[in-house]
Design a protein around this ligand. Structure first.
Ligand SMILES: [Zn+2]
Length: 69
C-alpha cells in the first residue's frame, strides 16, 4: 500500500503509465522475485506499482520464461 502511494497510484510499466484511482486494480509488484526472502519481500526499492492488466501480463511472461519440466 505504501508503494502505491509512493508511486502516486500510477502504473510503473514502461509504455503504460496509467493512473488508477481504484486500488483494487493496482498491484505492488516485486521487480526481482523474492523467493521467500524477507529482506527482499519488504524492500520498497524492489517494489513497483502496476495496474492489474500489466501485472498479469508480466506474470504470464515470467511463467513462460521459466524452463519446462
Ligand atoms: Zn499498466
Amino acid at each position: 500500500m505504501r508503494v502505491l502511494i509512493r508511486d502516486h497510484f500510477t502504473c510503473q510499466m514502461v509504455g503504460c503509465g496509467r493512473i488508477e484511482p481504484e486500488t483494487s486494480q493496482l498491484v505492488a509488484d516485486h521487480k526481482i522475485q523474492h523467493h521467500g526472502e524477507e529482506a527482499m519481500f519488504w524492500d520498497e526499492g524492489n517494489l513497483q506499482c502496476l495496474c492489474k492488466p500489466c501485472h498479469d501480463k508480466l506474470k504470464q511472461k515470467q511463467e513462460r520464461a521459466q524452463p519446462h519440466r
